[in-house]
Design a protein around this ligand. Structure first.
Ligand code: ADP
Length: 620
């Protein structure tokens, strides 16, 4: 689902290396300015004889030297002659120059090329000043290295019109409830102090990116109506050791002054990784910054009304010292929104957008499992952009559909697909679609397409009716069968398979492995935890862990996984063979139309029963 392109990286130039190169260049350029390499200094008397000989046509006079353009042929390569003028004025010089028709230019400084001589030094000094200023700005984080640390770096919600409240955060009820306990404290810290109640100072917000951690922190500031000091962990990491720690100190100082106040540190994991693990190269600066944060947290007297909220999506890598009592000891988890929460988030962000009446936000919420709040906001924004592109006044279902596919899978790719590839693609997708249609356990179909998008060449989209918390075995088997049906259709209708099933096989293998090694769905192996990786709660990734079972057991797991996958493929082939004619019709139609919605799919696969599906007839 990623489109694989690396984010643009700025080329980074090591400033010290840059300085060395610039110095070297300046020195190399110096002779150019100081004078021509082909100039030669000769005695004054010799200079005069050259004038007499007529080899000099032009001279430049300064107070102390005479420089002549040399036209002689004897000295190869020499184009300039220079001589030091005698201290006593030579009365013969000017008549001699006049007699020989030499043109005279006089300059009134020492050498005639004094500016030239100074030029490289101007560059060097200029560069030095620039470098020092950069260093200083690194220290304070402000351009030009001037000004107060507080003026730009930490933002305060100055504008009450933009005040964010808990109403702006949809779903996340548990997280809101936990955080809202702090509102009272921030509003009236005295009341708590009087009875000696200690309120937690450090709250760790954990959750996948885009689930509203920042939003929730700002909502707390809005509700309590207190200043909000916000910063990002990575901002503390600087080249110069000690700078980050200094910034932490200043930020806490400012917040204490403004108390009651909130400090928000985003991406805490970028500074708060376990110390001494060498992750990130045993960064001294990071450790100092982290130590400073710990010291500041410990320094709270218990009565100071400053609450520090920190956000992370990697709580697993945080230094345990951060999580000790008195520090970030209250943990609040934000999860990806479920269907109802997605609907609520869509409601919030759809406010003020001109959305057409036939757009059904419920269907969008149903069709976007796995989307975060930020994704949903992005989806509506993309839809608005798409509507604006067609100069429409309202956002139509088609705009939303396009936006959903874009957020989910990336933009449409203009790939040169050969006609035979296109045919294979249609057969492959028709296989998935047909099996999903005929298998009672599979999720209902939403649409099928052979338009390449992101990394995918085509796609069969289904709408899970309910978000499942537990996955029954028949449902999982259905998923395996559906995943492997693309390949089965290729073999059945085109007599060969292709590399197009790469992702299908990967996903099916992951599911089958979990069925065997985690959920005890293989009768012989039984209910035993044999996983060699853990799902990361917030990253949607698996993280390898050391295996603590025998090689022979691992081999049995592999064999059981293989059995499951082969059985699923056989089942898919069976279904497709049984409905071969209909599958062919679907593949041909898909090849022509590129995208088919649920009703069009039913027309191909279930021609005797074509009453439209009302609940899904509106494309989301
Ligand atoms: P995080 O800090 O967890 O990465 P943010 O708080 O920065 O996520 O969320 C980014 C944007 O997504 C928010 O500004 C908001 O517009 C939207 N958003 C995320 N979660 C929600 C939510 N629960 N309710 C409403 N909007 C949300």
């Amino acid at each position: 689902m990623t489109n694989g392109s690396e984010p643009d990286k700025k080329p980074s130039i090591n400033p010290i290396l840059g300085a060395i190169v610039l110095f070297a260049l300046a020195f190399m350029a110096m002779p150019l300015f100081l004078g021509n390499q082909a100039s030669q200094t000769i005695p004054y008397s010799a200079f005069k004889s050259q004038i007499e000989d007529g080899t000099i046509r032009e001279v430049t006079l300064t107070q102390t030297t005479i420089v002549g353009v040399f036209g002689g042929v004897e000295n190869d390569g020499v184009t300039q002659l220079r001589a030091v003028l005698p201290v006593q004025n030579d009365p013969e010089l000017f008549p001699l120059l006049a007699d020989n028709d030499v043109s005279v230019t006089a300059v009134n400084s020492g050498d005639g090329s004094i500016i030239g001589a100074l030029f490289p030094w101007i560059i060097v000094i200029g560069f030095y000043i620039w470098f020092i200023r950069r260093m200083r700005s690194g220290m304070t984080g402000l351009p030009g290295g001037v000004g107060d640390l507080m003026s730009g770096r930490f933002m305060k919600p100055a504008n009450p019109a933009q005040k964010i409240t808990f109403d702006d955060v949809a779903g996340q009820d548990t997280a809101k409830r936990e955080v809202s306990e702090l509102v009272e404290f921030l509003r009236d810290p005295e009341r708590f102090a009087r009875v000696g109640a200690e309120v937690p100072h450090g709250v760790l917000l954990m959750g996948p990116p885009g689930t509203g951690k920042t939003l929730l922190a700002r909502a707390l500031a809005g509700e309590a109506d207190v200043p909000f000091f916000s910063t990002t962990g990575s901002e503390f990491i600087e080249v110069f050791v000690g700078v980050g720690a200094g910034r932490v100190r200043k930020m806490f100082e400012a917040a204490r002054k403004a108390a009651p106040a909130i400090i928000f540190i985003d991406e805490l994991d970028s500074i708060g990784r376990t110390r001494g693990t060498g992750v990130g190269g045993g960064h001294d600066e990071r450790e100092q910054t982290l130590n400073q944060i710990l010291a500041e947290l410990d320094g709270f007297s218990g009565k100071e009304a400053v609450v520090v909220l920190a956000a992370t999506n990697r709580p697993d890598v945080l230094d345990p010292a951060l999580l000790r009592p008195g520090r970030f000891d209250r943990h609040v988890t934000l999860n990806l929104p479920d269907k109802a929460a997605r609907r609520a988030i869509l409601d919030i962000h759809a406010k003020g957008l001109p959305i057409a009446k036939n757009v059904d936000l419920d269907t969008i919420a149903a069709g976007t499992p796995g989307f975060s709040g930020a994704d949903l906001k992005n989806l509506l924004n993309e839809a608005a952009i798409s509507a604006a592109r067609t100069s429409a006044h309202e956002i139509q279902p088609i705009d939303i559909d396009e936006a959903r596919d874009k957020v989910m899978m990336g933009t449409v790719r203009t790939l040169a697909i050969q006609p035979d590839e296109r045919h294979r693609l249609a057969v492959h997708e028709a296989g998935h679609t047909a099996v999903a249609h005929f298998l009672p356990e599979a999720d209902p179909l939403y649409k099928v397409t052979i338009i390449p998008r992101g990394q995918a060449l085509g796609g069969t989209h289904m709408l899970p009716e309910n978000e499942r918390q537990t996955l029954p075995e028949p449902y999982l088997q259905g998923q395996l069968t559906t995943l492997l049906a693309g390949r089965a259709a290729e073999r059945l209708l085109m007599t060969s398979v292709s590399s197009g099933a790469d992702d299908d096989i990967r996903r099916a293998t992951t599911i089958a492995r979990s069925m065997v090694a985690r959920w005890g769905m293989d009768n012989e192996i039984g209910p035993i935890d044999l996983r060699d990786s853990d799902d990361h709660p917030f990253l949607g990734q698996t993280i390898a862990k050391p295996r603590n079972f025998a090689d022979a057991t691992a081999a049995r797991v592999d064999a059981a996984v293989q059995v499951l996958l082969k059985a699923a493929e056989a089942k898919a082939t069976e279904i497709l063979t049984h409905h071969k004619d209909k599958v062919l019709v679907l593949a041909t139609t898909l090849e022509q139309e590129e995208t088919l919605d649920a009703n069009a799919i039913r027309k191909c696969l279930d021609p005797d029963n074509v009453t439209p599906l009302h609940d899904r007839s509106v494309p989301i």
